[in-house]
Write a protein that binds this ligand. Structure first.
Ligand SMILES: C[S@@+](CC[C@H](N)C(=O)[O-])C[C@H]1O[C@@H](n2cnc3c(N)ncnc32)[C@H](O)[C@@H]1O
Ligand code: SF4
Ligand code: SF4
Length: 354
């Protein structure tokens, strides 16, 4: 059985070692004494479950846009229109991106520049990657690669992108379309072929191309084919992961290769959450979410990095309340922790402690 969760779970030891080595190399590539000191403080704070931090996130998730050209079957919110009090669709302005990055660049090893949209959809995306790369931050992007642009490969390489997660959840037109709607598999594969060829021509090892394949009941039989396709394409790796579906998703969506129940993680009386120490999610409008969980309601935001200094938000009332819940899931002021008070990690820990 494949296991959900960590990107390396279920992989053989050699693959795990290769991925670990790549992560370590990326850390060393972007390390400075200040970043390393911050990393040590972060890990110490996380171990102690500190509430007020003397450290800053060292990995940031920034959503350059939440607009997408596709309509995947179980992507987040099915591209529905926002209700009242919810964030709409939009794109981050490059000046706003620079404003956020400038505040945290001394600490950041990595920016994952994607959330719930398609990062290669707009030209400013490449400019943003270049900006962060020039500040010694490794940038990763996840893309459906359904972009009609003969210069796409060139733009990606010129931006300095370090990691490209290629979302492709099927190797036959039928299974691809079931997951990725009107997506064009041939266009995506052709874009990957061109990128691999240009990397070779320029003798470049980046971006590392990491094909992510969400395994479902109707594409699980394509795993060997996908492995063969990955070798033919020349991508660096292919990962088969357990997708998130609503509990009432039709039976054919659930793969027999994973345990079906997502609540199968053992609940801890004292839950752990690395997001509240190592990372943060910056929405396209500057709204700060602690992670990518339920980012649509504006009332869930912990602050806004365009109107407040990030440091003020990071040790502000919402973050402090959320970190208190990690130590005591029954803490009295749970509402102040907004989205975290309803997180399964916290809810399960509460149940466990009863
Ligand atoms: C929401 S997408 C945004 C980036 C880009 N549009 C893409 O598809 O790669 C972010 C990641 O979620 C993954 N994803 C899509 N649907 C999913 C699901 N139901 N469960 C888990 N991951 C999913 C995609 O493969 C992608 O790596
Ligand atoms: S391509 Fe990515 S963002 Fe777009 S609908 Fe699919 S999973 Fe969602
Ligand atoms: S919602 Fe859960 S996973 Fe997300 S930051 Fe809060 S406690 Fe962590």
């Amino acid at each position: 059985m494949l296991r959900a969760g960590l990107a390396t779970r279920g992989m053989d030891a050699a693959t795990k070692f290769r991925i670990l080595k790549r992560h370590l190399a990326a850390v060393l590539r972007h390390a400075t004494p200040r970043k390393l000191l911050n990393l040590v403080k972060t890990e110490r704070n996380m171990r102690r479950k500190a509430e007020v931090l003397d450290s800053f996130p060292y990995i940031l998730k920034i959503e350059s846009t939440n607009i997408c050209n596709l309509h995947c079957a179980f992507c987040y919110d099915n591209r529905r229109q926002p209700s009242e009090g919810e964030r709409g669709y939009g794109r981050m302005q490059p000046a706003h991106f620079r404003h956020v990055v400038d505040q945290l660049a001394p600490y950041l090893f990595k920016i994952n520049m994607y959330g719930f949209g398609e990062p290669f959809l707009f030209p400013e995306g490449f400019e943003m990657i270049r900006y962060a790369t020039d500040r010694n931050i490794g940038v990763g992007v996840s893309s459906n690669m359904n972009i009609k642009d003969d210069l796409l490969a060139e733009k990606i390489i010129d931006s300095g992108l370090e990691v490209l997660i290629f979302s492709c959840h099927g190797v036959t037109p039928e299974s691809y379309a079931t997951f990725m709607g009107k997506g064009n598999m041939e266009l995506a594969l052709e874009n990957i072929r061109r990128l691999v060829a240009l990397k070779k021509a320029r003798n470049r090892s980046t971006p590392v191309i990491d094909w992510q394949f969400c395994v479902t009941g109707f594409n699980e039989n394509e795993i060997p084919l996908a492995e063969q396709q990955a070798r033919e394409l020349g991508v660096d790796q292919v990962r088969f992961i357990k997708p998130f579906f609503p509990k009432d998703a039709p039976a054919q969506w659930w793969s027999s290769k994973f345990p079906r129940n997502l609540d199968d993680q053992a609940a801890d009386v004292e839950p752990d959450c690395s997001w509240l120490y190592r990372s943060a999610f910056v929405n396209f409008d500057g709204g700060i979410s602690p992670c990518c969980s339920d980012v649509r309601p504006l009332a869930n935001d912990f602050g806004n990095a365009l109107t407040q200094p990030f440091a003020e938000i990071w040790n502000g009332p919402a973050y402090r309340a959320a970190r208190r819940l990690l130590k005591n899931p029954h803490a009295a002021d749970a509402q102040a922790a907004r989205v975290c008070q309803r997180c399964p990690l916290i809810v399960n820990a509460r149940k466990q402690a009863q």
